[in-house]
Design a protein around this ligand. Structure first.
Ligand code: AHR
Length: 663
């Protein structure tokens, strides 16, 4: 009896395995209702979220090499060093000394400066940069400073490598008794990640120094005060639909006093007020005491960046609330005027005529044409009744004056439960425009939430999947990886965003950038060091979706197929049908993509991303996981193909001469 039962179980199991493997060999049928395109999809669906976290701005996208150039860090000598010895009076350099002063500063908004006293020729001190300075062989760097002389005549600057070898030099001279900016260009003769800038004084005398800068000449679009070329190029290549800036929690600040105030980030860079970066001391396991915001990359530069990369600008503004995970400080309701004024003035700064007060500042900065702002975020990751009260005041003022501007509101930090549910109930009642959802969840969550938006109310607010990233170890864990396991799960989820493109207006991975030696948060879409950068597998998924977004959804079905995910769109611009299929099986699957209702034949462009789940990119292998291009045949509306193991594949089917049913 036992033998018989055992035999029965065994044969049943073998029979099921047999059936299963036969099933695996049967072509998967992906039925695309090509003749019946559905709703319009937002043209700016897949975008980027930029925050100054992980040294993303200062030390990253903003390529100033001098750290604490304006002596405004909490410890005003942070980043500045000199050789000290024991003298009669204590620890000192007998040749000279440096000290911080505040009398008659360059600008009241930048009140500290460096007083230099030279007693003997050869006095020097140096700046160590952001974890060193990255300089390249043959490249040019603009060395500049504001100087007020008390007798000293010249500053000799050298750039040295990590072994102290001089690899470039320049000189500033002819100083007067009033603050004035001087500059020269230094060409470096070697490539190093860890250079430093040394300032030498060859004659006794004294002077005051401020805004000491070493800035690459070769920036994106060759702009002075421009952005780091390789990093902007990665963004540009994505063709992102929008650029969200400046964050993130950085908008809120740990306290309201250190919130992001856009007005202090525009105009002359020497007058922009440096403040602490809220990621400076957020995580005990990743302290960054030298993390401040110079605002060299400010709101003008963000708008310009958005324009450069073809993205719609999406600024997020503080709504009178500091980070609810930190102090939870709120501005009293009768003190909100300044915050609301900031929002109204921002619209004028972005879109106003050149003779309006803020439009004039935009024009003076070099951009008389408007930046075409169409939306603003009111608060970042807020929630609760305090938020709703403040939103109502913002909405009343903004909608009265600018009904054309859409307002983005938050649904809290998590994708379900409380406060997510009550925030959504409120936003539906208040008929909010766009609701920002955040999900920092495990890869499994992304795989099991691909139909999350299938049943969202089409008549309610639109959705902005404003911050998401699969966390392989746990939210904010230092062990999180930017591997293919995370990226393919995000891709599967994104098919759900795309299929629901009528309700999901925008989506962005977060955070965007991280310095390998100075990060606070993992995972991140793009990693960089002082000279190099690479896109993660997650970047390539984002890029693939952004480069292959359509303008209308197209219905697609796969009967009873677990671990396979798909979406289809019509691109009315290029007149192509775009089909995306994700195979999450560890083995290849034969497939038939049936383009029902159209009788198209020809060649289809195919792009495939495939990798082992643990695969990652790195500086040495930046494209270990990267898209590969190929072609496939479409015959009478059918593509017979093979879905590679753990793969994301995009098929672009040209519809020239094929108009049946497509309007
Ligand atoms: O992306 C990192 C942080 O995650 C953002 O600043 C914040 O909005 C969210 O909590």
């Amino acid at each position: 009896m036992r033998t018989t039962t055992g035999f029965s179980f065994l044969s049943l199991a073998l029979f099921s395995i047999n059936l299963w493997s036969q099933d695996q060999n049967k072509p998967v049928v992906i039925a695309v209702d090509a003749a019946h395109p559905g709703a319009a999809i937002s043209r700016s669906m897949f975008g980027v979220f930029f925050e100054d976290i992980n040294f993303g701005a200062d030390g990253g996208l903003y390529p100033e090499l001098v750290k604490n150039r304006s002596f405004e860090f909490q410890d005003p000598l942070t980043g500045w060093h000199q050789d000290l010895g024991i003298s009669k009076t204590g620890l000192a350099n007998p040749r000279g000394e440096i000290s911080i002063r505040m009398e008659a500063p360059l600008y009241q908004s930048n009140p500290h400066y460096l007083n230099v006293r030279v007693y003997e020729p050869g006095y020097s001190f140096w700046n160590s940069g952001f974890r060193g300075m990255g300089v390249a062989d043959g490249a040019e760097y603009r060395f500049s400073a504001y100087v007020r002389s008390h007798g000293a005549k010249a500053i000799r600057a050298t750039v040295t490598d990590e072994n102290g070898r001089e690899i470039g030099s320049g000189k500033l001279e002819g100083f007067g008794a009033q603050w004035k900016r001087y500059e020269t260009v230094i060409r470096t003769r070697a490539t190093t990640q860890h250079a430093r800038l040394n300032l030498y004084f060859d004659e006794p005398g004294a002077l005051d120094l401020d805004m000491v800068s070493l800035f690459p000449v070769d920036t994106w679009k060759h702009r002075e005060n421009g952005l780091r070329k390789d990093l902007v190029q990665l963004l540009y290549d994505m063709h992102p639909g929008f650029l969200r800036f400046p964050g993130g929690c950085i908008v809120e600040g740990r306290q309201l006093a250190t919130r992001y105030r856009w007005k202090t980030t525009v105009g002359d860079i020497a007058q922009r007020r440096t403040i602490i970066n809220r990621w400076n001391d957020e995580f005990d396991f990743r302290p960054a005491p030298d993390y401040f915001q110079s605002f060299g990359l400010g709101f003008y530069e963000y708008f310009q960046l958005a324009e450069d990369i073809g993205a719609k600008p999406l600024p997020i503004l503080n709504c009178g609330m500091a980070c609810e995970f930190n102090t939870n400080e709120t501005a009293a309701l009768d003190q909100l005027d300044e915050y609301v004024r900031d929002a109204l003035d921002l619209i004028e700064f972005a879109n106003g005529p050149v003779d309006s007060p803020w439009g004039k500042i935009r024009a003076q900065m070099g951009h008389p044409a408007p930046f075409h702002l169409t939306m603003i975020g009111v608060g970042n990751e807020q929630w609760g009744p305090h938020y709703v009260e403040r939103y109502k005041i913002f909405a009343a003022a903004l909608k009265a004056k600018h009904p054309e501007i859409k307002l983005v509101v938050a649904a809290g930090p998590a994708p379900a439960g409380e406060p997510f549910e009550s925030m959504w109930t409120t936003w539906r009642q208040l008929k909010a425009d766009i609701v920002d959802e955040h999900y920092y969840m495990g890869p499994e969550w992304f795989l099991s939430n691909t139909s999350r938006y299938d049943h969202y109310d089409r008549s309610g607010p639109k959705v902005f999947a404003g911050e998401y990233a699969a966390q392989t170890a746990g939210t904010t864990s230092a062990e999180n990886r930017n591997n293919w396991k995370a990226a393919i799960a995000e891709a599967a989820f994104m098919t759900g965003l795309e299929r629901n493109g009528d309700v999901v207006e925008m989506a962005s991975y977060a955070p965007l950038m991280a310095h390998v030696d100075a990060w606070q948060w993992k995972p991140d879409e793009i990693w960089f060091d002082n000279l190099r950068s690479y896109g993660t597998p997650n970047y390539y998924v984002q890029k693939l979706f952004a480069n292959n977004a359509g303008t209308r959804t197209v219905p697609v079905t796969m009967q009873g197929e677990p671990m396979l995910y798909s979406s289809a769109t019509l691109d009315e611009g290029s007149h192509e049908l775009v089909v995306k299929v994700i195979n999450h099986w560890a083995h290849a699957r034969p497939a038939e993509i049936r383009l029902n209702g159209i009788n198209v034949s020809g060649t289809v462009k195919v792009t495939t991303l495939e990798a082992d789940p643990q695969a990652e990119n790195s500086f040495d292998h930046p494209t270990a996981v990267a898209p590969a291009a190929s072609t496939a045949d479409v015959r009478s509306g059918k593509i017979t193909t093979e879905l590679r193991p753990y793969s994301v594949t995009v098929y672009r089917v040209p519809l020239q001469n094929q108009t049946a049913g497509l309007r």
